[in-house]
Design a protein around this ligand. Structure first.
Ligand SMILES: [Zn+2]
Length: 92
């Protein structure tokens, strides 16, 4: 799924739920779902952070440090599990 498709789906589902709340005259829930929709759409529209794994051999031979948030991990993943940065040079 592309980012644009994800945004479309999130919009669609939130609008359905908001419409049902309004039809049921539950305006408090409608407002809360509308706020949640803004947060989700905003997060989806953001460009992912880019980073890279730094070897942290001085600490442990199989640990890597995220260049963005500095957290140590023993796995060389495509994304940092802590800050979500997409790691360069790890395309498979
Ligand atoms: Zn990170």
């Amino acid at each position: 799924m592309t980012r644009q498709e994800a945004i479309w789906h999130a919009n669609h589902v939130f609008n359905l739920v908001i419409e049902r709340c309004i039809n049921a005259q539950n305006l408090k829930d409608a407002r809360e779902f509308d706020e949640a929709k803004q947060i989700v759409i905003e997060a989806l529209e953001q460009e992912p952070k880019r980073g890279y794994w730094l070897e942290a051999k001085e600490e442990d031979p199989c640990w890597y440090r995220c260049s963005e948030c500095g957290r140590l991990y023993d796995l060389d993943e495509n994304y940092c599990p802590n800050c979500g940065a997409r790691m360069e040079g790890n395309e498979e």
